[in-house]
Write a protein that binds this ligand. Structure first.
Ligand SMILES: Cc1cc2nc3c(=O)[nH]c(=O)nc-3n(C[C@H](O)[C@H](O)[C@H](O)COP(=O)(O)O)c2cc1C
Length: 436
């Protein structure tokens, strides 16, 4: 096991020396040109390879309508030149919200989402010309065991999982009839995403939320949605196979690092080894409906370091044993294995923010080695939404603007207040918040 260390590299040489010491072969390119290459997804042009990963801002009103801070955030992504903007989790029903201010789409507010999309497209066109059109994806969610739509809500779970903590009390289990209803809400929301003018819609299956929970419901055998592979993937199959004009996408956990039968993508021998057999089967079966995939890993409330390596844990939680570079290397290798297995698919890679000013070189190397089609940035998009502009202008990033992986943005989420970068964005600093 490698040992955790904070980021302290002053130069690329120091970073590369550390990877060698750890026995890691991180992709690398001195030129970042590969990030600027446009590409197509089912006939729609994506102007470059930088993707804003979904990042909840918790700034809608209680009916799900995006408010001023959301316009500011998405406007900054658009003005920053990002080729793909993957909207944060947007609930399909009130009970599936993780927070009373999480985005939520419904027939009553769909035009508000259209308005926000128009704002994004206009901002991008004002900055880069009328032909510059970021590709916009809506992420649909139901928070399942992590739902917290209001204070006294009695959340439910789908399967017993002794590894994942409960919110408290002894929750009931979702019935099949309830899952059927949620499925109908997803199918309705896909139509709404199309009406709101998104380019694609993501049926999110990651990070421990409901659709991911179904995938690891190995021991819920009294349900049409649990037990066998066929059953555990039924929800996704039914939703993804429903005909629609809009492009479909999936954000998928490729592995959880929680031993079988309580984690997905793990070896059935119960060890901590990753096993992509079911993941590959799932992607292989659904790829006829889904050309765009976004690969993630781990469960933020249990083992956040797996999918988002950090220097400082949430509320100073202990840092993990492993070196952040070990986690980044694992994400790149597994995403690369999936991209090699499915070269026709567009795959977004995750987990680059810890690399700070060096992620463009690693990302460009990943693209050159065809280990992903897009480079996704989560925390870094909060901190440095105009990274693309600086890369185009200077060929490199400004170390004074990068994410420092301090976990403050996640702390805001846990506190239930609007989330953003406390270090690089004055609006979310203590002083900036007081002034609002
Ligand atoms: C504050 C915060 C909010 C997030 N919200 C979402 C979300 O809505 N949907 C999602 O799939 N992932 C979400 N994520 C995970 C990120 O999209 C991303 O996978 C993760 O931060 C790792 O990428 P990074 O190293 O570039 O930050 C969130 C992460 C953070 C820190």
């Amino acid at each position: 096991m490698s040992k955790h260390e904070k980021f302290r590299f002053k130069s690329a040489d120091e970073l590369i020396a550390k990877t060698k010491e750890l026995g890691i072969n991180l992709p690398w390119s001195d030129s970042v040109e590969a990030l600027f290459q446009p590409t197509m997804i089912q006939g729609i042009k994506v102007p470059n390879r930088l993707t804003v990963q979904p990042m909840e801002g918790f700034d809608s009103d209680e009916t799900g309508i995006p408010l001023e801070l959301a316009y500011r955030r998405y406007g900054r992504y658009a003005a920053g030149g990002n080729g793909m903007i993957w909207f944060e989790a947007c609930s399909v029903v009130p009970d599936g919200r993780s927070n009373p201010h999480q985005f939520m789409i419904n027939p009553e507010n769909v035009q508000e989402y259209k308005k926000l999309n128009d704002h994004i497209r206009k901002t991008a066109a004002d900055a880069f010309g009328i032909d510059y059109r970021p590709f916009i994806v809506l992420q649909l969610t139901h928070s399942g065991r992590y739902s917290k739509p209001y204070k006294d809500y009695q959340y439910k779970i789908f399967s017993n999982n002794p590894v994942l903590e409960l919110q408290g009390g002894k929750p009931e289990f979702y019935s099949d009839a309830e899952i059927d209803e949620i499925k109908a809400a997803y199918i309705r929301a896909i139509g709404l995403a199309e009406e709101a003018g998104f380019d694609a819609v993501d049926v999110k299956a990651c990070h421990g939320y409901l659709l991911h929970e179904l995938l690891f419901a190995y021991d819920r055998t009294d349900s049409r949605y649990g037990g066998s592979f066929e059953n555990r993937t039924r929800f996704m199959r039914d939703v993804l196979s429903t005909p629609s004009k809009i492009i479909k996408a999936v954000r998928l956990n490729a592995f959880d690092l929680i031993p079988y039968p309580y984690g997905f993508g793990m070896n059935p021998d119960g060890s901590s080894a990753i096993d992509l057999t079911e993941i590959k089967k799932l992607i292989g079966e659904f790829s006829k409906w889904v050309p765009l995939w976004n690969i993630s890993a781990g469960i933020p409330r249990y083992n956040a370091f797996v999918g988002r390596p950090f220097d400082r844990g949430v509320f100073n939680a202990p840092v993990p044993e492993e070196h952040p570079l070990t986690g980044i290397d694992r994400m790149i290798r597994i995403t690369g294995e999936l991209q090699h297995e499915f070269p026709e698919l567009s795959i977004v890679g995750t987990g680059y923010s810890w690399l700070r000013q060096f992620y463009p070189n690693v990302g460009a190397g990943v693209l050159q080695e065809k280990k992903a089609t897009f480079i996704g940035l989560g925390r870094s998009s909060f901190a440095y939404p105009d990274a693309f502009n600086d890369l185009i202008k200077n060929g490199k990033l400004d170390p004074k603007k990068v994410c420092v992986s301090c976990s403050k943005c996640t702390e805001f989420m846990r506190l239930g207040v609007p989330s953003g970068c406390a270090v690089r964005d004055y609006r979310y600093s203590n002083k900036g918040r007081r002034e609002q």
